[in-house]
Write a protein that binds this ligand. Sequence first.
Ligand SMILES: *Cc1c(COP(=O)(O)O)cnc(C)c1O
Length: 563
Amino acid sequence: MNQIPVVAYFSMEIGLEPGIPTYSGGLGMLAGDTIRAAADKDLPMVAISLLHRRGYFRQRLNDLGWQTEEPVDWPIEDYLELMPETVTVTIESRPVIVHAWRYQVQGLARRIPVYLLDTDFAPNSAYDRTLTHYLYGGDSHYRLCQEVILGIGGARMLRKLGVAAFRFHMNEGHASLLVLELITRTAEENQHESPSVDDIESVRQSCVFTTHTPVAAGHDRFPINLVYQVIGTDRVLCDREKELCFSGEFNLTYLALDNSHYINGVAKKHKQTAEHLYARYRIDSITNGVHLGTWTSPHLQKLFDKTIPGWRSDNSSLRAALAISLPDIWQAHLAAKRDLIEYVNRVANAGMHFDHFTIGFARRATLYKRPALLFTDAQRLIDIGERVGKIQIVLGGKAHPHDMQGKELIQQLFQIKKNLRDKIKIVYLEEYDMAQAKLLTSGSDLWLNTPQPPLEASGTSGMKAAVNGVPSFSVLDGWWIEGCIEGVTGWAIGGKTHEDTSPVIGQNDAEFLYQKLETTILPLYYQQNERYVDVMRHAIALNASYFNTERMLEQYVTRAYYK
Ligand SMILES: *Cc1c(COP(=O)(O)O)cnc(C)c1O
């Protein structure tokens, strides 16, 4: 059995490959990219998540852009191997049997197992069998039960599998019930009737927590009575109820914050935002990254393999992209762009052109990301396109099934698309997923991001664009504050300091956006294309060489795992 001390990485969602629908967005992609980087770096790690038998959901959009959701039916056995081990968790005094499926992530240096937990087996009750069906589905009772399976079931499963975990990394607060399990276990091992200060401290030394969002919906809170109903009168929880509950609610983020020796925010700015939110805790900042081998288009991969051999295991060597000729970068980009345009023309009959300036915007459809900002003054956008050079726009993204505002945003975009039908080509792709994300971030000419500061904790899609030589044009929030060198790696929308949430700010951002698109970005693309390609080259050399999961993981290793 595997007895090397390993880092156990817990995440409610994880993006493994396009056919496995166990993710909803950036959080899951980061989890997958982290594991892929660990497999490249020979870091002993295992990951734990839930099976999500019916996936997040399959997105259907009708002619008006109204989203409905369908369960995903995916061939689990084609990807995963069922482990013989099982564990039991208690939910509302019922024993629930938990199974695990193993997925293997093969990297450059080792294979890392990912265990996806599954309760859909006899003799579990009909309800309990649904608990690992839907990612972020159901009500808060369902969610809490899932978190028992992830945190407590996950910790038990690792032990059953003989995994000697010395660090437990919680990717967001969803897994933080594992802390209760670890404290109980430690007290038992030390034969303490109730956990001592030392027991709690030793668990704290083994836990690492990454917080990912200042948005309230990203933090799970449950009425304390519901918690006791679901998990029972847990000893550890009763002892610490005062510290962990706020106005009658049990907050899983606080459970993680309170019991981790290392807490991370996902960009420098997010560290500051998080320290405002959680004033009692010291929070570090390791800025997110992406797994370059996963997100680079085959065309750029070929170019890098030829010009910078070794870039896959030494991402920082992409600095040398500055020595790649501009025509080589442009040709590789055009090939990626052709893939995208052929795709949107095939699946959405979009009628797009290979030589028109293509703006990409796709991510979870939710209010703070402001996907309609680009269309604040549609006439202005049309005028710019006619005066300076043709523009076409590729959009995509799913709204959470309960996020009505997010769903309305998609409808609004459909309406705009219809209104601008003969003036600007716009396509909204259905079912935005990992495969589309790769096509869009590599095949667009410009990657747009317009979040409402400070709500974009990091953002990672712009990093995927960077490694493909696609410059970002983004509001200064999250990673872009660090990644933007104006006119060198891409462009900023507005200045650094605005955090106002009044509608006027949106107006300002739209004005900044149009100004720069018209006077700087489009003229460069159409009239001084070599200079545009030089920005593309700097996006690779300066940003992809740094904003990758290899660098990110090394920082976690020295600051969090081996400390
Ligand atoms: C990378 C990725 C995201 C994250 O995009 P952001 O712009 O960083 O929010 C979301 N969904 C999918 C499918 C992705 O691949």
